[in-house]
Design a protein around this ligand. Structure first.
Ligand code: 5GP
Ligand code: ZN
Length: 120
């Protein structure tokens, strides 16, 4: 079976529940492998999360380079569709020290304002 079509969900994961429409979200785009949603607590005028549909806890758990490619290809597509022509920030938080609060891999795309660097 095509692994991209296998529904691997974690019953306790809020993002898995969003993917299964058990929790509502504002969906930007989706395909067989990924979904992009607007962050419920946006850190900029545009704040989108790109997640794999199959549950993967974080970037260290990814076994599939193609999946990673698909997720990151979405960044450029979303930047274009959201008209982030002046730039944006792409962030993948991992674990406690990285500030990860939802243990389902996601790429933040934040833009629409000038962002500070370095992060705190
Ligand atoms: P992390 O801190 O793990 O890198 O990012 C998790 C992100 O998910 C946060 O920016 C948070 O605002 C967002 N988030 C948490 N719960 C929900 C939710 O139920 N819906 C949406 N759309 N975003 C959420
Ligand atoms: Zn999940």
């Amino acid at each position: 079976m095509d692994p991209s079509k296998t529904a691997a969900r974690d019953a306790n994961c809020i993002f898995c529940k969003i993917i299964d429409r058990q929790i509502p979200s504002n969906i930007v785009t989706e395909d067989e492998t990924c979904i992009a949603i607007r962050d419920v607590n946006p850190q900029g005028p545009i704040h989108i999360l790109i997640l794999p549909k199959n549950h993967v806890a974080n970037i260290t758990e990814v076994k599939d380079a193609q999946l990673l490619g698909s997720l990151f290809m979405k960044v450029g597509e979303i930047a274009k569709s959201e008209k982030l022509d002046h730039g944006f920030r792409t962030v993948v938080n991992t674990g406690e020290h990285g500030g990860q609060t939802v243990d389902h891999l996601h790429i933040h795309v934040i833009g629409g304002r000038h962002l500070e660097w370095p992060p705190g």
